[in-house]
Each structure stands twice: as structure tokens, then as C-alpha cells.
Design a binder for this molecule. Structure first.
Ligand SMILES: C[S@@+](CC[C@H](N)C(=O)[O-])C[C@H]1O[C@@H](n2cnc3c(N)ncnc32)[C@H](O)[C@@H]1O
Length: 245
């Protein structure tokens, strides 16, 4: 995702940084700790501007959600969408975060958001390749990767989020029987992913070349890319693969 540098981006990220998990020691010891309760966990890789995670976390609130994004200027948009959607305030007219406690947090000030207001999404700033260092094995009920970059050029295949190395990582991170759900508008990436899943420790349990015309359309949660692509008439490909029970 190309992004113009956000004005005051690092200050904006700082004001809501209580929602970001940066402590691998804590996550590895107790991945539920940031939620203050023992909850089943889900992970979205490449959350972009956050439409999907904001909607899903409202529809299925019994889970704790981690939303990972490698570009901080994009991550901040997802965090602001989540925070405003939860009634935690809004971006101030002159910068900073106008928080629901009545204070404007700007200039790098951090709002220590009370735990009971933080809700069920936490954010991770970084690359999916580091997930194995952040989390212990067998923690996630579901891992989502939506409209990830196709990396079409030869030599960059390993960066695709359905490359063999990533699928092995997901198999390690999922609980037994846990699901990996993948959506894309890119037919080549979809076909590549069917092949890599078939050769991976995961088992393919569902695949469709037209998600919006499938029996899963009714329960599908749209992402911002998905909305844009399908408005232009693109078909949405999807697959589900499951970790060994
Ligand atoms: C094409 S956008 C799609 C965003 C959103 N998922 C959607 O469907 O609207 C892909 C996003 O994934 C992020 N991303 C790509 N590779 C990643 C990785 N290895 N780790 C974390 N984020 C990644 C990109 O920075 C970008 O924001």
C-alpha cells in the first residue's frame, strides 16, 4: 500500500500507543495478557486501514484480536478508526487526539487508556515474518490475510503471505483445528496459494473463485480493498485452510 507520509504521524501513533503491543516477552509468556482476560485469539496480518478488524471485532466480540501492519502511517489510520468507533474520541482539529477523557493528547503525549476502555483489538507494528518471535506456538483460533501484496516479480515469491515459509509459520501459530482465511482479487496469487497450501502442513477446507456469489457471502466481512475492487467488477477469490486437529 503506497502512502503519503502522514502529517504528525508519529505523534498520532504515540497518542493511542497504549493499544499497540511492543513487548515480545509479555506476548510470549501470556498472549492474552494485553486483553486482561483469557480469551480465544485471532490475528489479522496486513490490516491496512482497519475496516475488517473494526467490523469483525464488533460482530464477534468474544475474541481478542491482534491486527498487524508493517507500515506505521497505515497502522495509525486503523487505530484511529478503531478508537473513534469505540467512542474513545477523535482526531483533534489542530492535531493530537481529542480523547474521551476530555484531554487532547498531542506532541508525542501518550494516553494511558484505561484497560476497561481498550476493547478487544490490539495492534502490532511490524512484519509478519517476526510473528514466530512474538508469539508462542498454537495461540490463534484464526489467522486472516486479506488482499495481501501479490509480489509478482521473480525472486520475491518468499514475501507473499502464502509462501511456504509463511504457511509453516501459521501452522505453528494456529491452535489444533485453527483456520487460516485468505482473500484476494489476484487470480495468479490465488492459484499460487492453492498450490502452496496443498504442499503445506495445513489442509485446504474451502476455496471459491467468486466469494461474493458463494454460500459464504452472507457472513463475509468486507475490507476496504475488497469494497474498491468489487465495485470495479473484480471477482474475489478466497480459501480456507485448517491446522491439524
Ligand atoms: C493491499 S493492502 C490490503 C489492506 C487490507 N487488508 C484490505 O484488504 O483492505 C496490504 C496491507 O498489508 C500490509 N502488509 C503486507 N505485507 C505485510 C507483512 N509481511 N507484514 C505486515 N503487514 C504487511 C501492507 O503494508 C498493506 O497495508
Amino acid at each position: 500500500m503506497r502512502m503519503r507520509k502522514k502529517k504528525h504521524g508519529s505523534d498520532r501513533l504515540a497518542s493511542l500507543s497504549a493499544l499497540i503491543c511492543r513487548d515480545p516477552a509479555e506476548l510470549r509468556t501470556d498472549p492474552c495478557a494485553p486483553f486482561g482476560a483469557s480469551v480465544p485469539l485471532r490475528l489479522e496480518i496486513g490490516c491496512g486501514k482497519g475496516d475488517f478488524i473494526c467490523t469483525l471485532s464488533r460482530l464477534e466480540p468474544e475474541y481478542g484480536y491482534y491486527a498487524m501492519e508493517k507500515i506505521d502511517d497505515v497502522l495509525v489510520l486503523a487505530m484511529e478508526k478503531y478508537a473513534s468507533g469505540r467512542g474513545l474520541g477523535r482526531l483533534g482539529d489542530h492535531g493530537g487526539w481529542d480523547a474521551s477523557d476530555g484531554v487532547n493528547y498531542g506532541g508525542g503525549a501518550v494516553w494511558d487508556i484505561p484497560q476497561e476502555l481498550r476493547g478487544n483489538v490490539r495492534f502490532l507494528s511490524g512484519d509478519a515474518a517476526t510473528l514466530g518471535e512474538l508469539f508462542p506456538p498454537h495461540v490463534f483460533d484464526t489467522i486472516y490475510a486479506n488482499f495481501s501484496d501479490p509480489w509478482p516479480k521473480t525472486g520475491y515469491e518468499d514475501r507473499r503471505l502464502t509462501a511456504p515459509g509463511f504457511l509453516k509459520l501459521y501452522a505453528d501459530l494456529l491452535v489444533p483445528g485453527g483456520r487460516f482465511l485468505f482473500k484476494t482479487d489476484n487470480e495468479n496469487l490465488y492459484r499460487y496459494s492453492l498450490e502452496t497450501v496443498a504442499a503445506s502442513p495445513l489442509t485446504l477446507t474451502y476455496a471459491t473463485e467468486d466469494l461474493h456469489a458463494s454460500e459464504r457471502a452472507a457472513v463475509n466481512v468486507m475490507t476496504e480493498y475488497e469494497r474498491n475492487f468489487s465495485a470495479k467488477g473484480a471477482k474475489i477469490y478466497a480459501l480456507e485452510a485448517v491446522a491439524e486437529a
